[in-house]
Design a protein. Structure first.
Length: 641
């Protein structure tokens, strides 16, 4: 695991500054490569072949051609690829997957990524072709940012690396809109104009002579193709998880499992124990203040003698330290609560391990969130209840109570087709045209392979809204802040193929989330685990807002935002509505979510933008933008019934 940076001119001093910014990602070594066309830098966290032979940047030669690679990630099937390459005449001087990646490029060109099973973000300088080849893994486990102004091309594992350059940065109002709606900024956007995130499953080819970018997707999720042999699907899931875990077990460094008490991490631990994949398994759990804790129930797997448990506590008293880490680690606005426990757990676990297995990905594959159940219910109601009856029900509902929630429900029930149903599903509170534009394009693409609204929402989470720049960004930055590598067996791309074969009626239920995995694990895990609600590593930020010690400090940050000059007119309107609600004592979850996002935006701006002259790019409202009215911190829109 590493931090990578580079640009299309020669400047060793600058890339060394970028390396310094990314030293937390790779404390085991630094390297620089420079010629008149490019400069590349790397900071290394040594996991595979910890010798000097694995240092980066790494130059590889084959048949008179040379390429230089900087690489962040792990290719879990690299030994198989290495063997295939040796049969084709390739010679290796190290035991690293880094050398296998660059050799694969020498043999197969950009299509080499289709052979990889792993997580990655890398750049390969092809000297003969005069190109930089950049790639990000299928589900976006590893981040990669880039800047392009038609002359300069700069890239880095984190935004802070690019910000070392003296750039004239402008705030991207569309990105701020997306942040206020989702709580994070999805790719390809970043908080700044001209700085982008490479999207998951994308390649870039940058021509160093013509100064042009070619960007394209190299992977498409398979279309739904259900198989109704449930026992066979159970066996396939079991076998695939065991293989995915086996590929991700490191041989040269200590490792453990982040055990939240939910189905996914419990399934991983039970698989390791049942198949005796290690002699002693270290698990790391958190007891979070203010939450019921089930970690006492989650080790009843059988064979507990092979488990060494480590349980830590996270409480309000840790908030000040975590807030400081939070603003230092997240160099663009990110307002979801997952990083708080991840930062804490990674910091404590690093003293014992270098690699942690986690349960990310299971919810997005097998319908693990309440919202998946909600969409399934909506689709069933629309399918079996006559439209005339739905209209009557919506009229009555809106006469009784005209709230944002009731308008949203009516919009979904009366949507003219499934695509519009999916659009209405995401209508909540602040819903500007930038959000609708982002969703419309992706929903249409995803629906073609899903052919069902519930499956569409599930795949939107898997490909765009919950993985990648959301949970996986939080996991990557929180773990790498402490030089800890996180590996996710459920994010093995073969699980996407498997999930496409699981019928909707096995995944979705009117009453339960994650029905398929609950049924599979009923005989393997205690009922306290298989029957409980979704659980993960979550810290309730509302505890900070309500705290006497920290609440006032955070409210001052909220109050300072309006003077920062980074909000456009519509965003200021939302800000003032939220401010009014706070003054009136309103404290429902929707309002508090917006309140926290504005606080995070101010904390980010104060920490990261003091040394830059920022300008806010104006966004012209399109002719189709509806005239919504702001009320109680939300947007209320009229629904025709």
């Amino acid at each position: 695991m590493c931090g990578i940076s580079g640009f299309n001119w020669k400047n060793r001093r600058m890339v060394n500054r970028m390396n310094e910014r990314l030293k937390h990602r790779g404390p085991d070594g630094r390297g620089v490569y420079a010629d008149r066309k490019v400069t590349l830098g790397s900071t290394r966290l040594a996991i595979v072949d910890r010798s000097e032979k694995g240092s980066q940047p790494m130059t590889y030669g084959h048949k008179g051609r040379e390429a230089v690679i900087i690489y962040n990630g792990e290719i879990y099937n690299f030994n198989d690829i290495r063997q295939a390459l040796m049969e084709k005449g390739h010679v290796f001087v190290s035991d690293t997957d880094t050398e296998v990646v660059v050799a694969s490029y020498a043999e197969w060109g950009p299509d080499c990524v289709k052979k990889f099973n792993g997580m990655w973000a890398f750049a390969i300088y092809d000297k003969e072709k005069g190109t930089l080849f950049l790639s990000r893994d299928r589900l976006g486990q590893k981040p990669l940012y880039y800047y392009f102004d038609k002359e300069r091309f700069i890239f880095s594992s984190e935004l802070k690396g690019i910000m070392e350059h003296p750039l004239d940065l402008k705030m991207n109002a569309e990105a701020v809109d997306l942040f206020l709606h989702f709580g994070f900024i999805p790719s390809p956007y970043s908080v700044f104009d001209r700085i982008f995130k490479l999207e998951p499953r994308q390649n870039i080819i940058f021509d160093l002579k013509r100064i042009t970018i070619k960007k394209y997707y190299y992977y498409t999720a398979p279309s739904v193709n259900p198989s109704y042999d449930k026992k066979r699907l159970f066996n396939e899931t079991d076998a695939l998880l065991r293989d995915a875990i086996g590929l991700r077990l490191p041989s040269e460094v200590p490792f453990g499992v982040f055990l939240s008490g939910g189905l996914d991490s419990s399934y991983i631990v039970s698989t390791i124990v049942r198949h005796k994949l290690v002699d002693v398994l270290h698990t790391f759990s958190l007891e979070v203040e203010g939450r019921r804790n089930e970690t006492k129930d989650i080790i009843s797997f059988g064979g507990e003698s092979r488990i060494s448990r480590h349980t830590y506590s996270l409480a309000e008293k840790n908030a000040e330290q975590l807030l400081e880490q939070y603003t230092r680690v997240f160099d663009e606005p990110y307002a979801l609560s997952g990083p708080f426990p991840r930062l804490w757990l990674s910091q404590l676990a690093k003293s014992r391990i270098s690699v942690a297995l986690t349960g990310e990905g299971g919810d997005e594959l097998f319908a693990g969130y309440p919202k998946h159940r909600t969409m399934y219910r909506m689709a069933m109601v629309r399918k079996f209840v006559p439209r005339w009856l739905l209209k009557i029900a919506c009229v009555v509902m809106l006469k009784i109570k005209k709230t944002t929630a009731s308008h949203r429900i009516a919009g979904m029930l009366l949507a003219k087709d499934d695509l519009n149903l999916c659009m209405e599903f995401y209508r909540s509170g602040y819903y500007p045209w930038a959000v609708r534009k982002y969703l419309k394009k992706r929903i249409r693409q995803v629906y073609e392979g899903a052919n069902d609204p519930a499956e569409t929402v599930l795949r939107m989470d898997m490909l765009y809204l919950t993985n990648a720049d959301n949970l996986l960004q939080g996991l990557d930055k929180a773990s790498m802040a402490h030089s800890l590598e996180a590996r996710c067996p459920f994010l093995d791309y073969r699980f996407i193929d498997l999930a496409a074969k699981v019928p909707m009626r096995y995944k979705f239920s009117l009453l339960r989330t994650k029905s398929f995995l609950r049924d599979l694990l009923r005989e393997r895990l205690p009922k306290t685990v298989t029957a409980m609600r979704k659980q993960g590593f979550v810290f309730d930020t509302n505890l900070l807002l309500a705290s006497k010690k920290y609440g006032e400090k955070l409210r001052k940050n909220f109050d300072k935002l309006i003077g920062a000059g980074i909000l456009n007119e519509r965003q200021r309107e939302l800000y003032m509505a939220v401010s009014s609600d706070v003054a009136k004592g309103r404290n429902d979850n929707a309002m508090l979510a917006y309140y926290w996002r504005f606080i995070v935006l101010q904390l980010w701006h104060e920490r990261w933008c003091a040394g830059h002259k920022l300008r806010r790019r104006a966004v012209r409202k399109p002719a189709s933008e509806p005239n919504n009215r702001m009320s109680l911190g939300v947007i209320v829109q009229t629904v025709k019934v």
